[in-house]
Structures are given as structure tokens and as C-alpha cells.
Design a protein around this ligand. Structure first.
Ligand code: PD2
Ligand code: ZN
Length: 281
């Protein structure tokens, strides 16, 4: 059996306990360079180590795909801008948009964020506290919801586009990745099986959907990937990818496993909006 470094051991334990499907774990590991046989053997090994979690691994069939809130149109009127729909996937629910932001807005967000950048953190599934880990190599900055006129304009546009109340949105999160920077496959929702999730869910409920906006063109690499749907989104300045993982019954969709491929050349800047079930903050 190949040696598994501590970051991967931690990743496997976390995701098995979260109830990820074997299929999604294999996809994530093969996308990161493991061969499929080694990946499934390791998953089996770690499943039995974690109290026979394999029998508890959820099947994605349990998730009921109800209607997405996104308007079914080729072009969406989003408050102060008309936004093109470029691609739609139903299972999982993924939509790609062109020109959510103008080039000038992208540049302004990057300039405002530079001074505030800090190494990105991840949530510890047991405690719910944030910590720095190797599999999320980026720097981040944050804007409070509607903190000034410029941010308010973007928050409003994004809420209209996602067709979800502005008050349910978390503040805009900016990430910058340099060469080699990546975000290994994960879920954006708070896994209900993690003890640390309760504190997050208490404010605003579960996360329901994500909009990742690209603030620059990336010379090579840096795609946003959905391993279980074989979707790979190439970053394009001003464009965005939306995905929805919590339906009206509160079920969560494990097919929305996603990650950010390593940046091979240049840098990658994104801005993310997460929407909650209820009013947040
Ligand atoms: O940078 C990305 O492409 C990426 C990938 C996965 C961002 C996020 N997740 C995120 O912001 O949650
Ligand atoms: Zn994510």
C-alpha cells in the first residue's frame, strides 16, 4: 500500500465521516494523481478504520433534484446588468455565466483586496474552528455584505442572478492563488455529520448555493472542477460558475464535490458568494 501523507489521511477520514460516496472519493483522488485501484483500496482501508463507515456512505440517488432558483433564460436581467447563460447542467445543478462583472469591476476588486490578503483557512469538522491546511493554498480577503456602494452594487446583482434574498448571502470572499496554488476537492455545505457544523448552521442555516466569479484570465491551469460530473470550468475574467447543493427539503447533493486545479502559470483571482437557507448575519 502506498504511503499516505497526513494531509491525505486527514482528508480521507473527514470525507468518509461526512458520508461522501466511494465514487466521489475515487474521483477526487484520481483527479489529484492517484490511480483508481490504489484510491479504492485506500478508501476501503480508511472506511474500516473509521468504524465501518463504508456502510454509512450515502448514495447520491437520495438527493431529490427540485427546480433551481436560477431563471430559465438565455440572458438574465440581474438588477443593473444583463448576464448571459453559457452552460447548464442538471445533475449536479451547475450553471456557467459570462460577464457577471465588467473588466473594470474585476480590476477594482483585485486592487482593493491586495492590502487585506491573508492565508486561507478551512473549517475543522469536529470543532467548527478555522485553521490553515496544505490542501488549500491560497490567500483570501473578505468584504462585509453591502459594506459600501461598490460592494452593495455587486451584492445586489449577485442576489438577483442567484435569485435568492440578499440577506441570506455571506459577505463576498476573495481568493488569490499563485503558481501551484490549488483547492483540493471538497463540499461547500456544512456536513451535518460533523460536530463543528452546528455552530455554522445556527446562523442562517445550511449553505444552499455558490457563485464563483473569476477576476482574471489564468495563463494555464486553475480550472474549477466537478470530478463526479466531469465538468472543468476554465477561469475567464468576469465569468462565473454557479452550483446548488441544498434543495427545499434541506437535503444536500454530494455530486457537487468540486475543487480548484493547481495554477500552472500566472495567478488566479476569484470572488465567491455563498447563499444560506435563511437570513445570515
Ligand atoms: O478557485 C476555485 O476554483 C474554487 C474551487 C473550489 C473555489 C472554491 N471551491 C470555493 O471558493 O469554495
Ligand atoms: Zn468550494
Amino acid at each position: 500500500m502506498p504511503h499516505l501523507d497526513t494531509a491525505w489521511q486527514q482528508w480521507l477520514t473527514e470525507n468518509i465521516n461526512r458520508g461522501c460516496t466511494v465514487e466521489s472519493l475515487v474521483s477526487a483522488m484520481t483527479a489529484a494523481g492517484f490511480d483508481a485501484t490504489t484510491a479504492s483500496t485506500l478508501i476501503q482501508q480508511y472506511s474500516s478504520k473509521n468504524g465501518g463507515a463504508q456502510s454509512q456512505i450515502a448514495t447520491s440517488e437520495a438527493y431529490a433534484y427540485d427546480a433551481m432558483p436560477i431563471e430559465y433564460a438565455n440572458c438574465i436581467d440581474a438588477d443593473d446588468r444583463n448576464i448571459q447563460v453559457l452552460m447548464r447542467c442538471e445533475r449536479p445543478q451547475v450553471v456557467i455565466f459570462g460577464d457577471v462583472l465588467s473588466a473594470e469591476e474585476c480590476d477594482e476588486i483585485i486592487e482593493r483586496s491586495r492590502a487585506k490578503l491573508k492565508r486561507s483557512t478551512t473549517i475543522n469538522p469536529q470543532t467548527g474552528q478555522e485553521f490553515v491546511i496544505d490542501r488549500r493554498t491560497s490567500e483570501g480577503a473578505f468584504f462585509n455584505r453591502c459594506e459600501d456602494d461598490f460592494i452593495t452594487r455587486i451584492d445586489r446583482r449577485v442576489a438577483r442572478l442567484m435569485n435568492w434574498p440578499l440577506e441570506c448571502g455571506e459577505g463576498l470572499q476573495i481568493l488569490r492563488y499563485g503558481v501551484g496554488g490549488e483547492y483540493r476537492p471538497h463540499f461547500d455545505y456544512f456536513p451535518p455529520v460533523d460536530t463543528g457544523s452546528a455552530a455554522h448552521i445556527a446562523n442562517g442555516g445550511q449553505r444552499v448555493s455558490t457563485l464563483i466569479m473569476y477576476l482574471n484570465d489564468v495563463a494555464a491551469g486553475g480550472e474549477t472542477i466537478f470530478p463526479d460530473a466531469s465538468i472543468s470550468v476554465v477561469p475567464k475574467k468576469g465569468a462565473a460558475v454557479y452550483f446548488r447543493y441544498c434543495n427545499t427539503q434541506g437535503q444536500i447533493d454530494p455530486r457537487t464535490l468540486h475543487g480548484g486545479n493547481p495554477v500552472l502559470e500566472g495567478e488566479k483571482w476569484i470572488m465567491t458568494k455563498w447563499m444560506r437557507q435563511r437570513k445570515y448575519g
